[in-house]
Write a protein that binds this ligand. Structure first.
Ligand SMILES: C[S@@+](CC[C@H](N)C(=O)[O-])C[C@H]1O[C@@H](n2cnc3c(N)ncnc32)[C@H](O)[C@@H]1O
Length: 241
């Protein structure tokens, strides 16, 4: 399947400009749904060494540093995203591909990732790496597009039935790459079942500590469609002490 891989997507000038406009429009689900949901599952971060996978322009990394994290390594493949990231004395930005990233064993008290792992082709390999980067007792928290949203081939969004719209869930068990026309044509993401996402954590020796499928507040008419199916999934895990 051909398409633009996540590691290249955010350096495409047309995509980058469209994504920047989306993020400042107030209609993106990030600030309204994802950020508060991550905050609910995050442990206290004071004094922790944190790694942020797919940090984008670094908002989460800087927030964790402001909350007292000792240091945050914020990793992203996109030069444009990293150039747009504000500096912070306790955040170090690293341009790297998550699929080949190597870090010292046991270097992190906490690994986080916001809306990036659906771009990663070999999720089990990355999770094994994360488990190795965590010190015993360390935590892992990530959000990604919900498998209900990534399932259909190609990913099409709401379907007009003549009697209103429905969200089509299809091809659910057929895990693998998907393409989606989102800002530009042929954006490539990777669909995995919820069970696969969880089982890879357990298979890497982590313990599941949290799960969420957050939606918008009931009084947010502009985001009401996200009450009809879950837009994102959050999973939290810990490396046993
Ligand atoms: C939807 S953005 C999220 C950015 C940020 N975490 C946030 O929540 O604002 C996804 C990010 O993942 C990065 N990304 C996608 N695939 C990647 C890969 N293979 N390696 C490193 N970063 C990747 C993109 O460059 C982009 O910055």
């Amino acid at each position: 399947m051909t398409g633009i891989a996540g590691r290249d997507l955010y350096d495409d000038p047309r995509f980058f400009e469209g994504y920047r406009r989306l993020r400042t429009s107030g209609t993106a689900l990030n600030d309204a749904i994802e950020v508060p949901a991550m905050a609910r599952l995050l442990p206290p971060v004071a004094g922790l060494s944190v790694v942020d996978l797919g940090c984008g322009t670094g908002a989460l990394a800087r927030r964790l540093a402001d909350e007292g994290a000792a240091d945050v390594l914020a990793v992203d493949a996109s030069e444009r995203m990293l150039v747009s990231a504000e500096k912070h004395p306790r955040v170090r930005y690293l341009r790297a591909d998550l699929e080949t990233l190597t870090l010292p064993p046991g270097c992190a008290d906490l690994v986080v990732s916001s809306l990036a792992l659906h771009y990663v082709a070999d999720y089990p390999a990355l999770i094994r790496s994360v488990a190795g980067w965590l010190r015993p007792g360390g935590g892992f928290l990530f959000s990604q597009e919900h498998p209900i949203c990534t399932a259909r081939r190609p990913m099409t969004g709401w379907l007009e039935t003549g009697n209103g719209t429905v969200w089509p869930v299809d091809d659910y068990a057929a895990e693998g790459p998907r393409t989606q026309n989102w800002i530009v044509e042929g954006v490539m993401k990777h669909h995995r079942r919820t069970a696969t996402l969880i089982n890879a954590l357990l298979g890497a020796g982590l313990e599941l500590t949290g799960i969420d499928e957050p939606g918008p507040a009931l009084d947010s008419p502009e985001l009401a469609e996200h009450l009809r199916r879950p837009p994102i999934l959050l999973l939290a895990a810990v490396r046993p002490p």
